[in-house]
Write a protein that binds this ligand. Structure first.
Ligand SMILES: *Cc1c(COP(=O)(O)O)cnc(C)c1O
Length: 231
C-alpha cells in the first residue's frame, strides 16, 4: 500500500475504536483529508484510498488543484479562513464551506449563491476559545448567527465546525469539544428540526477525543499526508 492509503487505513481503525468505546456507530463519522500544501497526486491517492472528502484552506491553491482534477471522486470542502473578496471562487465549486464565521461572510455567500441560482451547503464556525486572532462566532452569538443563516434562502446550514485553541491541554481541549457539542444539540433542536448532519471537530492530534465528544466529521491533515513543510 502507498503511505497515504496505509495512513488512512490506520486512522480509520482508530476512529472506529474511538467510536465503539463511546458507544457510537463508526459508520456515522466521516474522515475529511485536510490536503493543504499537498499536491494533486497526494489528493488523488487519498481519493483512491476512499477518503470521505478533501478539505482545502487556501482559495488559490484549491483553484489550481481543481484544474488538475485533484478531487475527482470525492466531495470537496473549504475549511480555511475565507475572505469576502474570494467568495466567488468558492461558492458553487465546493460541496461544503465549513468555515463560515461572520455575518458579513454569510451575507456574501448568500448573495453569490443567489446569483448562481444554487443553494450552498455550509457549517457555522464556532470560535470556542474566544480567540482574538481566530475567525468564528463566539458561543453566545451562535444562535443569532443561526437565525441569520435561516433568513438566507441560498444557504443551507448542515451543522457546526470548530478549532479549539492550539495551546489547550488535552483536558481543556475535551471541555471545548463538549461545549461545542452542547451548542450543536441545542441549536439543532431549537432551530433546525434536528436536521443537522455534521459536527466537524478534531484534527491529527485529537480526532479520537473529538469522536468521544460527539464529532461526526474529523479533519485530518498531517497524519494522512505527512508533516507540512513551510518555507
Ligand atoms: C490543516 C487543518 C486541519 C488538519 O490539521 P492537522 O493537524 O494536520 O491534522 C484541520 N482543520 C483545519 C481547518 C486545518 O486548516
Amino acid at each position: 500500500m502507498m503511505p497515504i492509503a496505509e495512513n488512512i487505513a490506520a486512522i480509520r481503525e482508530k476512529m472506529s475504536a474511538a467510536a465503539l468505546a463511546a458507544g457510537r456507530d463508526p459508520g456515522e463519522i466521516l474522515l475529511v483529508g485536510a490536503s493543504k500544501m499537498n499536491d494533486a497526486a497526494a489528493c488523488k491517492a487519498a481519493v483512491a484510498a476512499g477518503i470521505d472528502a478533501l478539505g482545502e484552506n487556501r482559495v488559490q491553491e484549491m483553484t489550481a488543484k481543481l484544474a488538475e482534477d485533484a478531487y475527482t471522486g470525492a466531495p470537496l470542502h473549504f475549511i480555511g479562513h475565507l475572505q469576502r473578496n474570494k467568495v466567488k471562487q468558492v461558492v458553487g465549486k465546493v460541496d461544503l464551506i465549513q468555515s463560515v464565521g461572520s455575518l458579513e461572510l454569510l451575507a456574501e455567500i448568500e448573495k453569490t449563491a443567489a446569483k448562481l441560482g444554487i443553494v450552498q451547503n455550509i457549517l457555522l464556525e464556532v470560535n470556542v476559545g474566544m480567540e482574538e486572532a481566530k475567525s468564528g462566532f463566539a458561543p453566545q452569538d451562535m444562535e443569532e448567527a443561526a437565525k441569520a443563516a435561516l433568513e438566507c434562502p441560498h444557504v443551507h446550514v448542515q451543522g457546526l465546525m470548530t478549532i479549539p485553541p492550539a495551546d489547550a491541554s488535552p483536558e481543556e481541549n475535551r471541555a471545548y469539544f463538549h461545549k461545542v457539542r452542547a451548542l450543536y444539540v441545542d441549536i439543532n433542536a431549537k432551530l433546525f428540526h434536528n436536521n443537522f448532519k455534521y459536527l466537524s471537530m478534531g484534527m491529527s492530534g485529537d480526532y479520537e477525543d473529538a469522536i468521544a465528544c460527539g464529532a461526526t466529521m474529523v479533519r485530518v491533515g498531517s497524519a494522512i499526508f505527512g508533516a507540512r513543510h513551510y518555507t
